[in-house]
Design a protein around this ligand. Structure first.
Ligand SMILES: [Fe+2]
Length: 365
């Protein structure tokens, strides 16, 4: 399967993964053949990319950390929590804890998970899916860092609700495509403090839970908000959530900007480890996340292009199927190599989605 930009060139291709709508219903199921009408609808909903089946990537597989049912449950639960917060009602805590338990079970099914950990999001379900993904990423990170039991569950609840304060921010501002004015930016930044306050006032909740909401925009060098906390003054949940939140935000397509490819987001996190982010958390994250997700097109030092089929022993050595020059399909006898294993397979570049579309279309002539 390949992750390609939504556009006319996808007409006739089958979806490899389902697309969810705002209500977390399956809008288009896996296997549905895309038509111009479906593609327009996806664009209207703010989906910039989808996963499609393509012969180039036959046999490609990548474990997904969350089951589809868990993602839907997560979207519904975050939406319910945000509505409750906005209406001044109690948060549905039993439902939230049972969701976190489900996420913990999904993650435990892939103990050596190496995946791209990105989810496709539309404009109006962004916050819900982002929250679910930040929760899953944070729980994975927490587990890799040695957190267990109730500590890990509290991290899950806190990170699931890290953007709860956005319930109080007008949706026109959340979706605004143009750059924010100083006043709007201040309003937007208020979400950290607002979410923090709601969680701190909840009875029966561990004092660890609000930390992610309160501190996920704090940065190691004191340049973050709301309090400009530095270094050790930022809690471990706050530091974990900062990395998970930044990675998911960087790699997400938004109506107003393209998402970064995972390897660029990884480079950015690595470059800012020690200044903005906790180095140990970033190192742990980079050791596990797939730098080159399945379906990525890699330009190799030997002059060929290959498509990433599956992850290898670590994040820098995926198995790649080589494409003969000018070919749309893999050669008659597809050759699989391990990226970065010998000089000819050193990865020089990852093709941008638009380049992949051109490559596949051009080679089809
Ligand atoms: Fe946030």
């Amino acid at each position: 399967m390949l992750r390609l930009p939504v556009g006319p060139s996808l007409s006739g291709m089958a979806l490899a993964r389902p697309v969810l709508d705002y209500q977390s219903h399956v809008l288009l199921a896996a296997g549905v053949v895309l038509t111009p009408r479906y593609l327009h609808r996806l664009q209207d909903l703010g989906y910039r990319e989808v996963w499609v089946e393509h012969p180039v990537s036959d046999g490609a597989s990548e474990p997904e950390p969350l089951e589809e049912a868990t993602k839907r449950q997560a979207m519904n639960t975050v939406r319910a929590a945000m509505r409750a917060a906005a209406g001044g009602r109690d948060l549905p805590l039993p439902r939230i804890y049972s969701l976190v338990e489900q996420i913990a079970q999904d993650i435990a099914a892939h103990p050596q998970l190496l995946t791209s950990l990105t989810m496709l999001k539309g404009a109006d379900n962004y916050t819900f899916l982002h929250s679910a993904n930040v929760c899953a990423l944070s729980m994975l990170l927490g587990g890799w860092l040695g957190m267990r039991g109730q500590l890990l569950r509290d991290l899950g609840v806190g990170t699931l609700l890290h953007d709860l304060g956005k319930a109080f921010i007008p949706s026109a501002l959340l979706l605004k495509a143009a750059p924010l004015t100083a006043v709007e930016l201040a309003t937007m930044r208020g979400h950290a403090q607002l979410g923090c306050q709601v969680l701190q006032q909840l009875k029966g909740l561990s004092s660890r839970v609000p930390l992610a909401a309160c501190e996920h925009h704090e940065r190691l060098d004191g340049s973050g908000y709301p309090h400009g906390l530095k270094g050790e003054d930022i809690s471990l949940p706050g530091r974990i959530c900062a990395v998970a939140d930044s990675y998911d935000a960087m790699t997400s397509q938004r109506p107003y900007r393209r998402g970064k490819l995972p390897h660029r987001a990884c480079e950015e996190l690595a470059a800012q480890a020690g200044s903005l982010y906790e180095p140990h958390v970033v190192e742990t994250f980079l050791a596990h996340v797939a730098v080159y997700p399945v379906g990525s097109f890699l330009r190799l030092a030997g002059g060929l292009v290959g498509v990433c089929l599956r992850q290898g022993d670590d994040s820098l050595h995926p198995v790649v199927r080589l494409m003969a020059p000018g070919e749309r399909h893999p050669g008659k006898e597809p050759t699989e190599v391990v990226a970065n294993s010998v000089p000819e397979t050193v990865v020089l570049a990852v093709l941008e989605p638009a380049e992949v579309t051109r490559l596949l279309a051009g080679a089809a002539d």
